[in-house]
Design a protein around this ligand. Structure first.
Ligand code: ATP
Ligand code: MG
Length: 457
């Protein structure tokens, strides 16, 4: 037995008391039936947007989507809850859509007369269930598909994907999120129509692809995308990597590059879409750098440099922001970092400068995915020691600007105006701090510049 939250019942009650029909629908009903937490409520009604606006004083009309949003005060869970907390409910008037010549937008949207009409335009059976608080309206067998864990289109799959090609990626996204299987006819229709995904804007493809990357079954979904012919258009560099072997004498690898990439994603502990993408594509420089040396050993020299270059193409194709694209590039460019315990502190500092302090957890997440996805254990004493040393060297100053004194102190003590001498003194002090022969403490540093006064002046 499922129940709607009080606030949703109130919204439905307001509409039905005024003589309209109103139902919760789509993702929220699906999640409710699955016992999952839902993010926001979608409602559908035969009231027009104008009629909805009249009934809810706190509502606003989003012309682009033909949806009315209403803000409702959240039920306070405890007395300390902020009274102005609000949930937004999206109410959409019954619709019917006709003609999709461009494979992405209906040529015409008109208000539908019945709930059934509205449910018939929805993408998958599990998303086409309506609930008014008492009865479930489920003309396409959505509940049955929730039980059998199937993603199945409403109506003829091929027609539905030709209407809107993004639905093919949505099918994979829901499978990845819920751990469901794409039903046979639906899967066959994706395979047949995969090329139509090229008609969809890169931004919309990216948004779906990022949702797939961060879903619980992301790695399985990559194989589904490959088998259904979609990967070929979204990430062809990954598709070809499945034919690059890496198993050879004296090498630890057991998987081909494509399978290793997908396994790395599976084990990547980060929930950041860009970090997960970086983990997935970190080795895609390998197909281009593949060589077999005379002893039969496979090598991939400089694959991280080639891979970082490929990352730029991927960033452009998926229209990543500048910041996202820089992160992707950096993580891939430096993913081969060594954790050898014989490295000097300054080698570690160079690594931190290249990757950026804020990105260290990200590159470590990539490394964990890389290790586990290659059949190694999650960590090693070397990696643990390296992480500890990264922490330690970050406590030490990195550059002159991290010193506990600055140019003003030098000018005061030396009674001089700004000039090259200031930098020279600070550099000399910094060199000793970096070496570890002088603590980075204000008193000690002031004493040191006092001491240097005669030799520097
Ligand atoms: P999520 O939990 O990720 O928000 P959702 O099912 O709510 O999943 P939305 O994109 O928010 O997905 O869409 C809400 C509902 O609108 C869907 O459940 C579905 O019924 C319908 N819908 C959305 N996009 C499409 C589409 N491209 N074609 C047909 N119906 C769609
Ligand atoms: Mg939704």
């Amino acid at each position: 037995m499922i129940t709607l939250p009080q606030s949703v019942q109130t919204v439905i009650g307001t509409l039905t008391s005024a003589g309209f029909e109103a139902y919760a629908v789509g993702g929220s009903v699906r999640d409710l039936l699955l016992g999952l937490e839902t993010k926001g409520w979608d409602l559908t009604t035969n009231a027009t947007p104008e009629e909805i606006l009249r009934l809810f004083p706190d509502s606003f009309y989003d012309n682009q989507f033909g949806t009315v949003g209403i803000k409702i005060r959240k039920e306070p869970k405890d007395t300390a809850a902020e009274p102005e907390l609000q949930d937004i409910y999206e109410i959409t008037t019954y619709r019917s859509e006709e003609g999709y010549k461009d494979h992405r937008h209906p040529d015409k949207i008109s208000w539908g007369k019945t709930l059934t009409e509205d449910l018939s335009r929805r993408d998958f059976t599990i998303n086409a269930i309506a609930f008014d608080g008492t009865s479930l309206i489920d003309p396409y067998g959505g509940q049955e598909n929730l039980k059998t864990k199937r993603i199945k289109t409403v109506g003829t799959a091929s027609d539905r994907f030709r209407e809107d090609a993004l639905r093919m990626l949505r099918a994979v996204r829901f499978a990845a999120k819920l751990g469901f299987t794409i039903e046979t006819e639906t899967a066959a229709a994706i395979l047949e129509n995969a090329q139509l995904i090229t008609e969809i804007s890169s931004e919309r493809i990216r948004d779906e692809f990022f949702k797939i990357l961060t879903a619980p079954h992301a790695s399985d979904a990559m194989l589904v995308l490959k088998n259904l012919g979609l990967l070929h258009f979204i990430l062809p560099e990954l598709e070809i990597a499945f034919s690059t072997p890496q198993k050879s004498p004296k090498r630890h690898h057991v998987y081909d590059v494509g399978t290793h990439s997908v396994m790395a994603l599976k084990y990547c502990p980060s929930d950041d879409a860009v970090v997960r993408l970086a983990t997935l594509i970190h080795d895609l420089g390998k197909p281009k750098t593949y060589r077999v040396d005379p002893s039969g050993v496979i090598t991939f020299y400089n694959h991280e440099v080639v891979g970082a270059h490929i990352a730029k193409h991927v960033s452009d194709r998926l229209r990543l922001s500048k910041k996202q694209s820089e992160l992707l590039f950096t993580l891939i460019r430096w993913h081969q970092f060594s954790v050898d315990e014989r490295q000097t502190d300054s080698a570690l500092r160079r690594f931190i400068r290249r990757v950026g302090k804020e990105n260290l957890p990200h590159i470590l997440a990539l490394r964990i995915g890389d290790r586990l996805g290659g059949g190694a254990s999650e960590t090693s004493w070397r990696l643990e020691l390296y992480k500890k040393r990264l922490e330690e060297v970050q406590q030490q100053p990195f550059s002159v600007s991290d010193l506990a004194i600055d140019g003003n102190d030098v000018m005061n003590i030396y009674a001089v105006k700004p000039g090259p001498l200031i930098g020279k003194v600070l550099d000399a002090v910094f060199a000793q701090v970096e070496k570890g022969t002088l603590p980075n403490e204000r008193e000690a540093l002031l004493a040191k510049i006092e001491e240097l006064k005669t030799s520097m002046n």
